[in-house]
Design a protein around this ligand. Sequence first.
Ligand code: B12
Length: 291
Amino acid sequence: MSDTTGDDLTLHEAADVLGVHYMTAYRYVRLGLLPAAKAGGTWRVSRADLDLFQAGGPTGPQVDGGSRRRAPWAERLEARLLAGDARGAWGVIEAALAAGAELEEIYLDVLAPAMGAIGDRWERGELDVSLEHRASGIAMRLIGRLGPRFVRRGRTRGAVVLGAPAGERHALPVALVADLLRQHGWEVSDLGADVPDGSLVHAVLNTPDVVAVGVSVTSDGALASAKQAFTALRAATSGVALVVGGRAITSVEKGLELGADLVALDARGFAQLLEQVRAEQDEQRTDVAGN
Ligand code: B12
Protein backbone atom coordinates (compact mmCIF):
# COMPACT_ATOMS: atom_id res chain seq x y z
CA MET A 1 0.00 0.00 0.00
CA SER A 2 1.20 3.51 -0.72
CA ASP A 3 1.99 6.05 1.95
CA THR A 4 -1.28 7.62 3.05
CA THR A 5 0.17 10.29 5.26
CA GLY A 6 0.27 12.99 2.58
CA ASP A 7 -2.20 13.49 -0.23
CA ASP A 8 -4.97 11.22 0.98
CA LEU A 9 -8.76 11.22 0.94
CA THR A 10 -11.53 9.98 3.14
CA LEU A 11 -13.47 7.00 1.82
CA HIS A 12 -16.44 9.29 1.13
CA GLU A 13 -14.22 11.52 -1.01
CA ALA A 14 -12.74 8.50 -2.76
CA ALA A 15 -16.27 7.20 -3.48
CA ASP A 16 -17.16 10.59 -5.01
CA VAL A 17 -14.08 10.53 -7.21
CA LEU A 18 -14.97 7.02 -8.37
CA GLY A 19 -18.60 7.98 -8.85
CA VAL A 20 -19.82 5.11 -6.69
CA HIS A 21 -21.83 4.86 -3.49
CA TYR A 22 -19.85 4.96 -0.24
CA MET A 23 -20.82 1.35 0.50
CA THR A 24 -19.45 0.26 -2.89
CA ALA A 25 -16.14 1.96 -2.13
CA TYR A 26 -16.18 0.32 1.29
CA ARG A 27 -16.71 -3.06 -0.37
CA TYR A 28 -13.70 -2.41 -2.61
CA VAL A 29 -11.68 -1.86 0.56
CA ARG A 30 -13.07 -4.93 2.29
CA LEU A 31 -12.27 -7.10 -0.71
CA GLY A 32 -8.75 -5.74 -0.84
CA LEU A 33 -9.37 -4.16 -4.25
CA LEU A 34 -8.71 -0.63 -3.01
CA PRO A 35 -5.90 -0.20 -0.48
CA ALA A 36 -6.96 1.87 2.53
CA ALA A 37 -5.81 2.42 6.08
CA LYS A 38 -7.80 3.37 9.16
CA ALA A 39 -6.79 6.65 10.80
CA GLY A 40 -8.70 8.07 13.75
CA GLY A 41 -11.61 5.72 13.11
CA THR A 42 -12.06 6.57 9.43
CA TRP A 43 -10.75 4.95 6.29
CA ARG A 44 -8.19 6.96 4.31
CA VAL A 45 -7.22 6.26 0.72
CA SER A 46 -4.05 7.63 -0.81
CA ARG A 47 -4.37 9.60 -4.04
CA ALA A 48 -1.77 7.31 -5.66
CA ASP A 49 -3.75 4.16 -4.80
CA LEU A 50 -6.96 5.77 -6.02
CA ASP A 51 -5.32 6.74 -9.33
CA LEU A 52 -4.01 3.20 -9.72
CA PHE A 53 -7.43 1.77 -8.93
CA GLN A 54 -9.09 4.03 -11.52
CA ALA A 55 -6.49 3.08 -14.09
CA GLY A 56 -7.25 -0.58 -13.46
CA GLY A 57 -3.76 -1.25 -12.07
CA PRO A 58 -2.65 -4.23 -9.96
CA THR A 59 -5.43 -3.71 -7.46
CA GLY A 60 -7.82 -1.96 -9.84
CA PRO A 61 -11.42 -2.84 -10.67
CA GLN A 62 -10.57 -4.78 -13.84
CA VAL A 63 -11.48 -7.84 -11.80
CA ASP A 64 -15.17 -7.21 -12.28
CA GLY A 65 -14.84 -7.58 -16.03
CA GLY A 66 -12.36 -10.45 -16.04
CA SER A 67 -12.19 -13.92 -14.61
CA ARG A 68 -12.80 -13.62 -10.89
CA ARG A 69 -11.25 -17.06 -10.47
CA ARG A 70 -7.90 -15.67 -11.58
CA ALA A 71 -8.21 -12.45 -9.60
CA PRO A 72 -5.15 -11.60 -7.47
CA TRP A 73 -6.67 -12.82 -4.23
CA ALA A 74 -3.28 -13.31 -2.59
CA GLU A 75 -2.33 -9.66 -3.12
CA ARG A 76 -5.67 -8.51 -1.78
CA LEU A 77 -5.37 -10.70 1.25
CA GLU A 78 -1.83 -9.48 1.84
CA ALA A 79 -3.12 -5.88 1.83
CA ARG A 80 -5.85 -6.66 4.36
CA LEU A 81 -3.48 -8.64 6.59
CA LEU A 82 -0.96 -5.81 6.59
CA ALA A 83 -3.69 -3.29 7.40
CA GLY A 84 -4.61 -5.41 10.43
CA ASP A 85 -8.10 -5.71 8.99
CA ALA A 86 -9.45 -9.10 10.11
CA ARG A 87 -12.92 -8.50 8.71
CA GLY A 88 -11.57 -7.37 5.38
CA ALA A 89 -9.26 -10.39 5.24
CA TRP A 90 -12.24 -12.67 5.79
CA GLY A 91 -14.09 -10.69 3.10
CA VAL A 92 -11.34 -11.52 0.61
CA ILE A 93 -11.54 -15.22 1.51
CA GLU A 94 -15.32 -15.22 1.17
CA ALA A 95 -15.10 -13.45 -2.18
CA ALA A 96 -12.53 -15.93 -3.46
CA LEU A 97 -14.73 -18.85 -2.33
CA ALA A 98 -17.77 -17.25 -3.94
CA ALA A 99 -15.75 -16.91 -7.14
CA GLY A 100 -15.20 -20.66 -7.14
CA ALA A 101 -11.85 -21.13 -5.44
CA GLU A 102 -11.47 -24.52 -3.71
CA LEU A 103 -10.59 -24.68 -0.02
CA GLU A 104 -7.18 -26.13 -0.86
CA GLU A 105 -6.56 -23.24 -3.26
CA ILE A 106 -7.49 -20.75 -0.56
CA TYR A 107 -4.74 -22.18 1.64
CA LEU A 108 -2.05 -22.92 -0.93
CA ASP A 109 -2.63 -20.25 -3.57
CA VAL A 110 -4.03 -17.37 -1.51
CA LEU A 111 -3.06 -17.55 2.17
CA ALA A 112 0.41 -19.12 1.83
CA PRO A 113 1.63 -16.70 -0.89
CA ALA A 114 0.16 -13.73 1.00
CA MET A 115 2.14 -14.73 4.09
CA GLY A 116 5.22 -15.44 1.99
CA ALA A 117 5.04 -11.96 0.47
CA ILE A 118 4.75 -10.42 3.93
CA GLY A 119 7.87 -12.35 4.99
CA ASP A 120 9.74 -11.13 1.92
CA ARG A 121 8.82 -7.54 2.71
CA TRP A 122 9.99 -7.98 6.29
CA GLU A 123 13.28 -9.46 5.00
CA ARG A 124 13.77 -6.44 2.72
CA GLY A 125 13.28 -4.16 5.72
CA GLU A 126 10.06 -2.71 4.33
CA LEU A 127 7.94 -3.44 7.37
CA ASP A 128 8.27 -3.85 11.09
CA VAL A 129 7.99 -7.35 12.50
CA SER A 130 4.99 -6.23 14.56
CA LEU A 131 2.98 -6.14 11.31
CA GLU A 132 4.07 -9.70 10.56
CA HIS A 133 2.97 -10.78 14.04
CA ARG A 134 -0.40 -9.07 13.61
CA ALA A 135 -0.87 -10.56 10.15
CA SER A 136 -0.01 -14.02 11.54
CA GLY A 137 -2.65 -13.62 14.25
CA ILE A 138 -5.29 -12.78 11.67
CA ALA A 139 -4.15 -15.63 9.42
CA MET A 140 -4.52 -18.05 12.34
CA ARG A 141 -8.06 -16.81 12.91
CA LEU A 142 -8.86 -17.30 9.23
CA ILE A 143 -7.59 -20.86 9.48
CA GLY A 144 -9.73 -21.29 12.60
CA ARG A 145 -12.83 -20.24 10.66
CA LEU A 146 -12.03 -22.31 7.60
CA GLY A 147 -10.78 -25.41 9.42
CA PRO A 148 -14.15 -27.09 10.11
CA ARG A 149 -14.94 -26.98 6.38
CA PHE A 150 -12.01 -29.29 5.68
CA VAL A 151 -13.24 -32.10 7.91
CA ARG A 152 -14.49 -35.08 5.93
CA ARG A 153 -17.26 -37.24 7.29
CA GLY A 154 -17.05 -41.01 7.48
CA ARG A 155 -14.30 -43.44 8.38
CA THR A 156 -10.85 -41.97 8.71
CA ARG A 157 -7.87 -43.34 6.82
CA GLY A 158 -5.80 -43.34 9.98
CA ALA A 159 -4.12 -40.86 12.26
CA VAL A 160 -1.21 -38.50 11.72
CA VAL A 161 0.67 -36.54 14.38
CA LEU A 162 1.93 -33.17 13.16
CA GLY A 163 4.16 -30.64 14.86
CA ALA A 164 7.17 -28.36 14.61
CA PRO A 165 10.31 -29.24 16.60
CA ALA A 166 11.58 -27.45 19.69
CA GLY A 167 12.56 -23.86 18.91
CA GLU A 168 10.57 -23.74 15.68
CA ARG A 169 7.94 -21.07 16.22
CA HIS A 170 6.16 -21.24 12.88
CA ALA A 171 2.79 -22.79 13.77
CA LEU A 172 0.84 -21.54 10.77
CA PRO A 173 2.29 -24.04 8.29
CA VAL A 174 1.46 -26.87 10.70
CA ALA A 175 -2.17 -25.75 11.07
CA LEU A 176 -2.53 -25.39 7.34
CA VAL A 177 -1.07 -28.81 6.51
CA ALA A 178 -3.26 -30.35 9.24
CA ASP A 179 -6.45 -29.10 7.58
CA LEU A 180 -5.31 -30.22 4.14
CA LEU A 181 -4.78 -33.74 5.47
CA ARG A 182 -8.16 -33.71 7.23
CA GLN A 183 -9.74 -32.94 3.89
CA HIS A 184 -8.25 -36.18 2.59
CA GLY A 185 -9.83 -38.13 5.44
CA TRP A 186 -6.94 -38.26 7.91
CA GLU A 187 -7.41 -37.80 11.63
CA VAL A 188 -4.79 -35.20 12.51
CA SER A 189 -3.34 -34.43 15.90
CA ASP A 190 -1.89 -30.93 15.43
CA LEU A 191 0.63 -30.20 18.19
CA GLY A 192 1.55 -26.80 16.75
CA ALA A 193 4.97 -25.17 17.08
CA ASP A 194 7.93 -25.60 19.42
CA VAL A 195 7.12 -29.15 20.52
CA PRO A 196 9.66 -30.77 22.87
CA ASP A 197 11.03 -34.12 21.58
CA GLY A 198 9.50 -36.01 24.50
CA SER A 199 6.06 -34.61 23.75
CA LEU A 200 6.26 -35.58 20.10
CA VAL A 201 7.15 -39.10 21.19
CA HIS A 202 4.38 -39.12 23.79
CA ALA A 203 1.80 -38.03 21.21
CA VAL A 204 2.87 -40.71 18.74
CA LEU A 205 2.80 -43.44 21.39
CA ASN A 206 -0.64 -42.35 22.58
CA THR A 207 -2.41 -41.83 19.26
CA PRO A 208 -4.46 -44.85 18.17
CA ASP A 209 -4.04 -46.04 14.57
CA VAL A 210 -1.16 -43.63 13.97
CA VAL A 211 0.33 -44.05 10.50
CA ALA A 212 2.89 -41.26 10.44
CA VAL A 213 4.36 -38.31 12.24
CA GLY A 214 5.03 -35.16 10.20
CA VAL A 215 7.66 -32.72 11.42
CA SER A 216 7.40 -29.23 9.97
CA VAL A 217 10.61 -27.21 9.63
CA THR A 218 10.28 -23.64 8.43
CA SER A 219 13.39 -21.81 9.61
CA ASP A 220 16.93 -23.00 8.90
CA GLY A 221 17.69 -22.43 12.57
CA ALA A 222 15.40 -25.33 13.52
CA LEU A 223 17.07 -27.97 11.33
CA ALA A 224 19.33 -29.20 14.14
CA SER A 225 16.43 -29.53 16.53
CA ALA A 226 14.42 -31.40 13.89
CA LYS A 227 17.30 -33.87 13.67
CA GLN A 228 17.15 -34.36 17.44
CA ALA A 229 13.39 -34.88 17.24
CA PHE A 230 13.84 -37.65 14.66
CA THR A 231 16.54 -39.30 16.77
CA ALA A 232 14.13 -39.36 19.72
CA LEU A 233 11.21 -40.59 17.59
CA ARG A 234 13.29 -43.35 16.00
CA ALA A 235 14.50 -44.57 19.39
CA ALA A 236 11.03 -44.69 20.94
CA THR A 237 8.63 -45.68 18.16
CA SER A 238 8.36 -48.34 15.48
CA GLY A 239 6.08 -48.98 12.52
CA VAL A 240 5.28 -45.27 12.22
CA ALA A 241 6.57 -43.36 9.20
CA LEU A 242 8.75 -40.38 10.10
CA VAL A 243 8.05 -37.64 7.56
CA VAL A 244 9.63 -34.22 7.27
CA GLY A 245 8.47 -31.20 5.27
CA GLY A 246 8.35 -27.44 5.35
CA ARG A 247 10.04 -24.43 3.87
CA ALA A 248 13.50 -25.30 5.20
CA ILE A 249 13.43 -28.73 3.54
CA THR A 250 14.64 -27.78 0.10
CA SER A 251 15.58 -31.25 -1.13
CA VAL A 252 14.87 -34.89 -0.39
CA GLU A 253 18.53 -35.39 0.60
CA LYS A 254 18.31 -32.58 3.14
CA GLY A 255 15.24 -34.16 4.71
CA LEU A 256 16.73 -37.64 4.85
CA GLU A 257 19.90 -36.27 6.47
CA LEU A 258 17.74 -35.18 9.39
CA GLY A 259 16.77 -38.79 10.01
CA ALA A 260 13.34 -38.83 8.38
CA ASP A 261 12.09 -41.90 6.47
CA LEU A 262 10.26 -39.80 3.94
CA VAL A 263 10.32 -36.26 2.65
CA ALA A 264 7.33 -34.38 1.27
CA LEU A 265 8.41 -31.31 -0.60
CA ASP A 266 4.94 -29.80 -0.66
CA ALA A 267 1.66 -30.17 1.16
CA ARG A 268 -0.16 -31.42 -1.94
CA GLY A 269 2.14 -34.43 -2.16
CA PHE A 270 1.85 -35.27 1.52
CA ALA A 271 -1.62 -36.83 1.41
CA GLN A 272 -0.58 -38.98 -1.56
CA LEU A 273 2.55 -40.10 0.27
CA LEU A 274 0.47 -41.08 3.29
CA GLU A 275 -1.79 -43.25 1.11
CA GLN A 276 1.27 -45.22 0.01
CA VAL A 277 2.55 -45.49 3.58
CA ARG A 278 -0.82 -46.79 4.78
CA ALA A 279 -1.01 -49.34 1.96
CA GLU A 280 2.51 -50.61 2.73
CA GLN A 281 1.78 -50.83 6.47
CA ASP A 282 -1.44 -52.78 5.77
CA GLU A 283 0.48 -55.13 3.48
CA GLN A 284 3.11 -55.77 6.15
CA ARG A 285 0.42 -56.45 8.75
CA THR A 286 -1.26 -58.95 6.41
CA ASP A 287 2.09 -60.68 5.81
CA VAL A 288 2.74 -60.93 9.54
CA ALA A 289 -0.78 -62.29 10.18
CA GLY A 290 -0.40 -64.79 7.33
CA ASN A 291 2.92 -66.19 8.56
C1 B12 B 1 4.46 -15.82 9.83
C2 B12 B 1 5.95 -15.87 9.99
C3 B12 B 1 6.48 -15.79 11.26
C4 B12 B 1 5.63 -15.73 12.51
C5 B12 B 1 5.10 -17.14 12.83
C6 B12 B 1 3.72 -17.10 13.43
C7 B12 B 1 3.05 -18.41 13.45
N1 B12 B 1 2.14 -18.55 14.39
O1 B12 B 1 3.29 -19.30 12.64
C8 B12 B 1 6.63 -15.16 13.54
C9 B12 B 1 6.49 -13.66 13.55
C10 B12 B 1 6.49 -15.69 14.96
C11 B12 B 1 7.95 -15.52 12.90
C12 B12 B 1 9.12 -15.59 13.60
C13 B12 B 1 10.35 -15.75 13.01
N2 B12 B 1 10.61 -15.89 11.69
CO1 B12 B 1 9.27 -16.08 10.41
N3 B12 B 1 8.07 -16.04 8.90
C14 B12 B 1 6.78 -15.99 8.83
C15 B12 B 1 6.35 -15.95 7.37
C16 B12 B 1 6.03 -14.51 7.02
C17 B12 B 1 5.16 -16.79 6.98
C18 B12 B 1 5.25 -18.27 7.34
C19 B12 B 1 4.01 -18.96 6.89
O2 B12 B 1 3.08 -19.16 7.66
N4 B12 B 1 3.94 -19.29 5.60
C20 B12 B 1 2.78 -19.94 5.00
C21 B12 B 1 3.00 -21.43 4.95
C22 B12 B 1 1.70 -22.10 4.72
O3 B12 B 1 3.86 -21.73 3.88
P1 B12 B 1 5.11 -22.69 4.05
O4 B12 B 1 5.80 -22.36 5.32
O5 B12 B 1 5.93 -22.64 2.83
O6 B12 B 1 4.45 -24.13 4.23
C23 B12 B 1 4.11 -24.90 3.11
C24 B12 B 1 5.11 -26.01 2.81
O7 B12 B 1 6.40 -25.70 3.27
C25 B12 B 1 4.51 -27.23 3.38
N5 B12 B 1 4.82 -27.66 4.74
C26 B12 B 1 5.01 -26.93 5.85
N6 B12 B 1 5.20 -27.72 6.89
C27 B12 B 1 5.15 -28.99 6.46
C28 B12 B 1 5.28 -30.19 7.15
C29 B12 B 1 5.17 -31.39 6.46
C30 B12 B 1 5.33 -32.67 7.19
C31 B12 B 1 4.93 -31.35 5.06
C32 B12 B 1 4.82 -32.58 4.29
C33 B12 B 1 4.78 -30.14 4.39
C34 B12 B 1 4.90 -28.97 5.09
O8 B12 B 1 3.13 -27.01 3.35
C35 B12 B 1 2.83 -25.63 3.43
C36 B12 B 1 1.75 -25.36 2.45
O9 B12 B 1 2.21 -25.52 1.14
C37 B12 B 1 7.63 -16.49 6.67
C38 B12 B 1 7.79 -16.06 5.22
C39 B12 B 1 7.65 -17.21 4.25
N7 B12 B 1 8.15 -17.03 3.05
O10 B12 B 1 7.12 -18.26 4.55
C40 B12 B 1 8.73 -16.00 7.61
C41 B12 B 1 10.04 -16.77 7.69
C42 B12 B 1 9.77 -18.27 7.62
N8 B12 B 1 10.53 -16.40 9.00
C43 B12 B 1 11.80 -16.24 9.04
C44 B12 B 1 12.54 -15.86 10.19
C45 B12 B 1 14.02 -15.56 9.96
C46 B12 B 1 11.94 -15.77 11.45
C47 B12 B 1 12.64 -15.41 12.76
C48 B12 B 1 13.96 -16.17 12.98
C49 B12 B 1 12.84 -13.91 12.77
C50 B12 B 1 13.52 -13.34 13.99
N9 B12 B 1 14.75 -13.00 13.80
O11 B12 B 1 12.90 -13.21 15.00
C51 B12 B 1 11.57 -15.71 13.84
C52 B12 B 1 11.73 -16.90 14.73
C53 B12 B 1 11.67 -18.22 14.07
C54 B12 B 1 11.74 -19.42 14.98
N10 B12 B 1 12.53 -19.51 16.01
O12 B12 B 1 11.05 -20.35 14.68
C55 B12 B 1 12.44 -16.50 7.69
C56 B12 B 1 13.15 -17.85 7.65
C57 B12 B 1 14.44 -17.74 6.87
C58 B12 B 1 15.26 -18.96 6.97
N11 B12 B 1 15.91 -19.24 5.85
O13 B12 B 1 15.34 -19.62 7.97
C59 B12 B 1 11.20 -16.33 6.73
C60 B12 B 1 11.29 -17.16 5.44
C61 B12 B 1 11.09 -14.82 6.40
C62 B12 B 1 12.11 -14.36 5.43
N12 B12 B 1 11.74 -14.13 4.16
O14 B12 B 1 13.25 -14.19 5.77
N13 B12 B 1 7.81 -15.75 11.57
